[in-house]
Design a protein around this ligand. Structure first.
Ligand SMILES: *Cc1c(COP(=O)(O)O)cnc(C)c1O
Length: 368
């Protein structure tokens, strides 16, 4: 029935998980990031697989993502990176952990829990060290300490920060500075609260570029998909997902004719054209047409013609004997999502997480 599918190879996921674990000390915990439907794959199947593989923690961006996983029976601790003030009740009810990134949030969670008969909430304190996205500012640390000392419902369990450019080897000294700033703030909190806390800092690229700062846990999303953002590393990982779409019609176009909306392409010769059943609504960016990107069929590269439409696009198949019912790859293990993303000026993360709900997720299961 499906006209487009994302084939997800769970044995490649298992391979990447073990490869990442091998970079770590035996005591370093592993948090698998499954936000945004596990980067467009399938958050529940990924979480179940990672739970079975031995991941220690899961993390998502927003509370409703975590609730869906809990409701479906996921038992691992789940950290919510970007919870909202109104999520406090659900965080407690669903046994989630919250990253605390602002004074306002800390105050409101603490006030709510103190006034209620609700149990405690485990929190990770997110310290801003240079990304300037979310996080407690250094100047606010004394206030945070004060707030934490004067309540007993929020349990500080982890200290965390996030690197700005762990995938850029030319900026390693900036990453090092972030780690130093992180340690400085951690130290001041530990002295004041008279307790040592566990810490996590590294994302996927950081595991490879800044391995000596793995602390007590690392957080990995994209590397589980087979992409480290570091050319040297990628050959050790396996690509998990392949995006494929069906050819639904093959026809002749004469020299001089146009293809698609707004005369996006004009044939300079007689050619054979095929319609492919995937479009904007499924996550295919308009730039794929404008940059004359290609899709792949049995090793042959088929140029995209003209503008991408909402539900389909056209390709030049003059060089092949493709027919209706055949499947082409937008990306796969040979022509991977990182290369495909780069060719339109974006990154694998954006391409993967944009894949829409109409695309069937098909799993190649783990053998055991
Ligand atoms: C998304 C995210 C990660 C995962 O990053 P990858 O580069 O995909 O490994 C880690 N930490 C935080 C805070 C994130 O938001």
């Amino acid at each position: 029935m499906s006209q487009a599918k994302l084939q997800i190879d769970l044995s490649a996921l298992a391979h990447n998980f073990s490869h990442l674990k091998r970079q770590l000390h035996s005591t370093t915990k592993f948090m698998a990031i499954v936000k945004a439907n596990a980067y467009g794959n399938d958050a529940l199947i990924w979480s179940q697989t990672l739970e079975a593989l031995g991941a220690d923690y899961l993390a998502v961006a927003y509370c409703q993502e975590a609730i869906a996983l809990r409701t479906a029976g996921i038992k691992l601790p789940i950290l919510v990176f970007h919870p909202q003030q109104e999520d406090i009740e659900a965080l407690v009810a669903y046994d989630l952990e919250a990253a605390i990134y602002s004074l306002e949030q800390l105050r409101s969670y603490s006030d709510y829990l103190t006034a209620s008969d609700k149990a405690h909430l485990n929190i990770h304190l997110n310290i801003n060290t240079g990304l300037n996205r979310l996080g407690i500012r250094k100047k606010d640390v004394p206030t945070v300490i004060d707030l934490l000392q004067n309540q007993n419902k929020l349990r500080l369990t982890w200290l965390m920060s996030h690197l700005a450019a762990s995938d850029d080897l030319a900026q390693l000294s900036f990453s090092e500075q972030q780690a130093e700033a992180f340690e400085e703030v951690c130290h001041s909190i530990e002295v004041e609260l008279n307790q040592v806390y566990k810490k996590h800092l590294l994302n996927s690229s950081g595991i490879f570029s800044l391995a000596h700062k793995q602390y007590d846990m690392v957080r990995s999303g994209i590397a589980l998909h087979g992409y480290s953002n570091l050319e040297k590393i990628d050959p050790d990982l396996r690509v998990v997902a392949a995006l494929k779409a069906k050819v639904t019609q093959v026809f002749q176009v004469s020299k001089g004719e146009y293809v698609g909306y707004n005369f996006g392409f004009q044939a300079s010769r007689d050619m054979t054209v095929a319609t492919v059943a995937i479009g904007h609504a499924d996550g295919i960016d308009r730039k794929f047409g404008q940059k004359q990107n290609q899709v792949f069929f049995k090793g042959a590269a088929l140029p995209i013609l003209g503008n991408i439409c909402m539900d389909m696009f056209m390709v030049d198949v003059s060089s092949t004997s493709i027919k209706a019912g055949d499947w082409v790859s937008i990306f796969d293990a040979q022509h991977n999502a990182d290369l495909s993303a780069k060719s339109i000026g974006t990154i694998s993360y954006e391409l993967l997480c944009a894949i829409g709900p109409r695309v069937e997720r098909e799993f190649i299961l783990l053998e055991n």
